[in-house]
Design a protein around this ligand. Structure first.
Ligand SMILES: *Cc1c(COP(=O)(O)O)cnc(C)c1O
Length: 402
């Protein structure tokens, strides 16, 4: 089938939940992706902050191939070595005590919500808890995750959702505080909001929230699905705030492409869950956990965090330069290799133009472009991406003043 036939068939057989770009991606190598028509793209999206080591990494591929030949799946009724090793590595990296592996980010959120509710239920003997979530947040697409997601358009058509959720303004401590009651089981937020437009938590805000949670025995759930796994320059973003949550959720770069996520908790909270409370057929099977184990090994061997901290400055300076050159750029923020540019015009047409220039960028919200490249990105790639973006901005703003 040629490209046109394939995309045509795709439009007729896939549920129409995405307006897809006219690309049929076939293979990748390092920082680059290739269309079946041969077009080579520089990738600054990493499959939405997933492929931390880019594409076709030999260490990663070899480890997964070997695991396929050994054992792909077995039940959670039995132990398997990769899941135990992956859990140990996750605990060491995050400061958590126990891990439950899931198949996605949204399921990690489901598990975190269930665990926080169970902890409250054990403590109070009643099931009347409330979770405080943040405006502009994104936590996934399943019913529980949608229920704590701050964007009304993602929630409203699917109501009634799970009850017992109230929303507070992100980075507004007083607003959170006035929503807290003795029924508050948990406060959930992304350490750096991704989908909502790349908004890092203010340092003082998050520190005050962590202190409040400790004082009132409220479970602090930090969603590190997008901002975790080294993206911001530390293994987890909260490690730059001098605080520790009670539950962490992870996914995206955790397995660098195989479907795996997890929620992890400190012992005090984790011990609320007992056999029968939660489960998953696939969750934490040997294949995906081999990926997690391998990814942690690669983080260590390649000292990728040092690289992220250095290269993030290069990206920051380049985006600052673009901001000063183009008045349509109205904001620039982020942490590490998770940065966003805000525009006074819609981001969609800019992204389309950038793709025409053979570079892949993604938007976040209607007028923000987010930069979440593979962590292996080098200065030359940043220069190339910036050239594609400048050219696109020249085209999009042609006729009007820049
Ligand atoms: C992507 C994302 C999710 C959902 O993960 P899925 O694997 O798509 O279910 C949840 N929270 C955050 C912060 C995310 O970026």
């Amino acid at each position: 089938m040629d490209k046109k036939e394939l995309t045509g068939l795709g439009e007729s057989v896939l549920l129409h939940t995405y307006n897809r770009f006219d690309m049929v991606l076939d293979h990748g190598d390092g920082m680059y992706l290739y269309d079946i028509d041969g077009t080579k793209y520089l990738d600054f999206a990493a499959g939405i902050a997933v492929c931390a080591f880019g594409y076709n990494n030999k260490t990663y591929n070899d480890a997964l191939k070997a695991q396929i030949d050994k054992l792909v799946h077995t039940s959670n009724l039995y132990y398997n070595e990769p899941s135990i090793k992956a859990a140990e590595l996750f605990c060491k990296a995050s400061g958590m005590d126990r891990v439950f592996f899931t198949n996605s980010g949204t399921e990690a959120i489901e598990g975190a919500i269930k665990l926080a509710r169970k902890y409250y239920y054990e403590k109070h003997g009643s099931a009347d808890s409330v979770i405080i979530a943040m405006d502009h947040s994104f936590h996934g697409r399943s019913m529980g995750a949608v229920s704590v997601t701050g964007k009304k358009a993602y929630r409203e058509p699917f109501e009634p959702l799970i009850g017992g959720v109230v929303f507070a303004e992100f980075n507004d401590y007083e607003d959170v505080l006035c929503k807290v009651s003795d029924k508050t089981a948990a406060i959930i937020m992304e350490t750096v909001q991704g989908e909502g437009g790349i908004y890092p938590a203010d340092k003082v805000f998050l520190q005050k929230i962590a202190a409040l949670c400790k004082e009132k025995d409220i479970v602090l759930i930090l969603d590190e699905i997008q901002c975790g796994m080294g993206r911001t320059g530390t293994m987890f973003a909260y490690q730059q705030y001098g605080i520790k949550p009670d539950i962490v959720t992870s996914a995206k770069a955790l397995g660098c492409g195989v479907p795996v996520g997890c929620f992890a908790a400190v012992e005090k909270v984790a011990s609320a869950m007992v056999p029968g409370d939660h489960g998953s057929t696939y969750g934490g099977n040997p294949f995906v956990c081999k990926a997690v184990e391998t990814v942690f090994g690669m983080f260590e061997e390649t000292k990728i965090l040092d690289h992220v901290n250095e290269i993030a400055k290069v990206l920051w300076d380049e985006l600052e330069a673009i901001k000063s050159e183009y008045p349509v750029v109205t904001g620039h923020r982020g942490l590490g290799l998770m940065q966003g540019l805000e525009f006074s015009i819609p981001a969609g047409p800019i992204v389309k133009e950038v793709i025409k220039n053979k570079c892949i960028l993604i938007s976040a919200g209607t007028n923000i472009i987010r930069f979440v490249p593979p962590l292996i990105v080098e200065e030359c790639h940043i220069k190339d991406m910036a050239a594609c973006l400048r050219k696109a901005l020249d085209t999009v703003t042609a006729g009007s003043e820049k």
